[in-house]
Design a protein around this ligand. Structure first.
Ligand code: PEP
Length: 249
């Protein structure tokens, strides 16, 4: 399976940041030929312009969230149809910052994933335990419950991605041991196989949480780690491309 590197810019980036995305786009075709797909999820304000600017470059784009409805009286929200219309390929749903800041439950995340699929987008469904849950020995149970509740009943092959992002590793510089990542990705893989059979086995599993050019090779060469969701290190082309080069070595 090709590796997938997705940058999540979160609430960062003015129009000037398109320059960084341009540098990443310039490397995307060559990356594709070496079985690495690059994508950037900019803030919604930049999604249409970035998508247009990167047509034909091999760099895909995504949104960071979508509403579960197609349209209507939801001030400030953006539907999956709008995300698709802006030129995106992916949409992140259920990021831990959305689950925490906007009280999104797995049931809501599942509806968002369904809306994304209906709009022709590939949802990147995020799951991950808090530090307290890991310390209480509940990490696997919490994550598998999120997988069960957030992944819709049906999706096409290649049409859905899961990102395992321990909440305590996001933006902190802390990274789980490779053994813990291996165990969690194995557990998610088994859960998907049990529920969906071969379709479940084909779902790409990304790791996210303080990935950088130094730790990427160790993390991304583990079994059932098919790529990374990258926050801070994706904001500058240099940082993001260091991750690309690390996994190509
Ligand atoms: C993220 O928020 O998706 C993320 C992985 O952030 P960071 O790489 O900065 O930890």
């Amino acid at each position: 399976m090709a590796k997938l590197l997705v940058g999540n810019w979160k609430m960062n980036g003015l129009k000037a940041a398109l320059y960084e995305a341009g540098l990443i786009a310039a490397a995307a075709k060559a990356a594709q030929s070496q079985s690495v797909q690059l994508a950037i999820c900019p803030p919604a304000t930049l999604l249409a312009s970035l998508s247009e600017a990167t047509i034909g470059t091999g760099l895909l784009t995504g949104a960071q969230d979508c509403h579960e409805k197609v349209s209507g009286a939801h001030t400030g929200d953006i539907s999956a149809t709008m995300v698709k219309d802006a030129g995106a390929h992916f949409v992140i749903v259920g990021h831990s910052e959305r689950r925490a800041d906007h009280h999104e439950t797995s049931a809501v995340v599942c509806l968002k994933a369904q809306a994304a699929l209906a709009a022709g987008l590939v949802p990147i469904v995020c799951v991950g335990e808090t530090r307290a849950e890991r310390e209480a020995g509940q990490a696997e149970a919490v994550v598998l419950a999120q997988v069960d509740g957030s992944v819709p009943e049906t999706f096409p092959e290649g049409g859905l991605v899961i990102a395992y992002e321990p909440v305590w590793a996001i933006g902190t510089g802390l990274v789980p041991s490779t053994g813990d990542v291996l165990a969690m990705h194995g557990a998610i893989h088994q859960r998907l196989v049990a529920r969906f059979g071969p379709l479940g086995a084909s779902v790409p599993l990304l790791y996210g949480g303080s990935v950088n050019g130094t730790n990427a090779a160790d993390l991304l060469h583990l079994d059932h780690v098919d790529g990374a969701l990258v926050g801070g290190a994706s904001l500058k082309a240099d940082g993001f491309l260091k991750i690309l080069h690390a996994i190509q070595e």
